[in-house]
Design a protein around this ligand. Structure first.
Ligand SMILES: *Cc1c(COP(=O)(O)O)cnc(C)c1O
Length: 399
């Protein structure tokens, strides 16, 4: 994989934020992508849990093409139909009642926190603090960097905006202890994604939700990565027997067209006109893609499929774990899965898999994460497992 002209140009042109794998991808279909030399790869990164229906799903491509010829953008000064249709699908299929549409996950979380602050100002004597968790990931703006409980994201930018308190994940008592007069909300991922696919114990979310309701503070779920079928139900909260007061979405929602959304219960519909807004949020083109995505996912029971295929995948990963001592744990739910090694070999594994035609993600030096399209088949999984097995054999022989 020698550096081609695109990679040389990229190095000159961009701020150095991404550690990219030296592959220039030019085309995708289903669970496969192709690079500029024509080589095919099985994509288990899925645009970071975005390509839930695979690459270029025909229903979404058609919706985009039709909408692009009809109306791309006006402004939220006017009513447009695709955003209303999308909001209807979201409300009818969740426990939430009202929607705000924006352009990314970070922005959805920013909006959710702004709504929690409105609640604090109106009902909790100006309480403004939000409790978040260690190892979480909530985004990259200054406020969401402060909300994200990982020092590697925070240290380059201190001092960060205030108003966030970080406590241990999967520890409801830590949240109870950190709650003060200043607390207006708790914000959590149902399963921590970027933090390494950390699945909390079964009653954690219930305990936290109950505490929030007792204290009259908001329970916010960041379902940006876990939602839209990824974890085997349309939203992860469904499997955890809780209902969030506010939920944020993004990643898979529009099959790769940039979008974010936050939804709230009716009683937290606390913004008045002008208190929040967006130029592109709710844009007809984006909403047509999201509406087509959501309809397809719901009408074809894609969350069920992700659940079933995810169990098959996790079982196969478990077999690899029994075969290779270097695998410390395999975990996850639906098609958000991870393999943790007892050594920092994740990068080596990722690069060796890339060479053999399998794309993987490495959130930590000892963890690889699997976020394939939700439409992958058991055959695709067998192919990925075969490649992983070969790579692990090679690595264990080197030692
Ligand atoms: C990806 C992600 C975000 C940030 O979303 P962007 O679209 O990159 O801004 C926030 N929270 C979670 C849980 C995520 O996985």
């Amino acid at each position: 994989m020698s550096q081609n002209k695109w990679q040389q140009l990229e190095e000159k042109l961009f701020l150095r934020t991404f550690n990219r794998i030296p592959l220039t991808l030019v085309r995708g279909r289903g669970a496969r992508v192709w690079d500029d030399s024509g080589k095919e790869y099985l994509d288990f990164v899925g645009g970071w849990a975005v390509n839930c229906l695979g690459h270029c799903p025909p229903v979404v491509a058609e919706a985009l093409e039709k909408q692009a010829r009809t109306l791309i953008q006006v402004s939220n000064q006017f009513y447009t139909i695709p955003q209303i249709e999308l909001a209807q699908v979201l409300v009818q299929n969740s426990c939430l009642d009202r929607v705000f549409l924006c352009n990314s996950g970070t922005e959805a979380n920013e909006g959710a926190v702004k709504l929690a602050r409105r609640y604090g100002k109106l009902y909790l004597n100006g309480a403004y603090e939000v409790i978040t968790t260690e190892n979480s990931f909530h985004g990259r703006t200054m406020a969401m960097t402060a909300a994200t409980g990982q020092s590697k994201f925070q240290e380059p930018y201190t001092p960060l905006p205030g108003g966030f308190v970080s406590v241990k994940y999967d520890d409801a008592e830590a949240i109870r202890k950190a709650t003060t007069e200043q607390t207006c909300a708790v914000m959590l991922e149902p399963i921590q994604g970027e933090g390494g696919v950390n699945v909390p114990h079964e009653t954690y979310l219930e305990e936290v939700a109950q505490w929030c309701h007792e204290k009259g503070i908001l329970f916010i779920l960041d379902e940006i990565q876990t939602g839209v079928g990824r974890t085997g139900s349309l939203f992860a909260y469904e499997k955890c027997r809780v209902e969030p007061d506010i939920m944020t979405l993004a990643k898979g929602l529009a099959s790769g067209v940039p979008i974010g959304a936050f939804l709230s219960k009716e009683k937290y519909s606390l913004f008045s006109a002008g208190e929040h807004g967006s130029t592109f949020g709710g844009n007809p083109l984006t909403c047509a893609a999201a509406h087509a995505t959501m309809r397809y996912i719901i009408d074809n029971d894609i969350p069920d499929q992700a659940d079933r295929v995810g169990k098959y995948f996790l079982d196969k990963l478990g077999r690899l774990q029994r075969q290779f001592g270097v695998i410390a744990e395999v975990r996850g739910r639906g098609l958000l899965l991870a393999m943790e090694f007892s050594k920092d070999i994740a990068q080596q594994v990722v690069m060796a898999c890339v060479n053999k035609g399998l794309l993987l993600n490495r959130p930590k030096p000892n963890i690889i994460r699997f976020m394939p399209p939700l439409i992958i088949t058991e055959r695709d999984i067998d192919e990925a497992i075969d490649i992983l097995e070969q790579v692990l054999i090679e690595i264990s022989e080197e030692e």
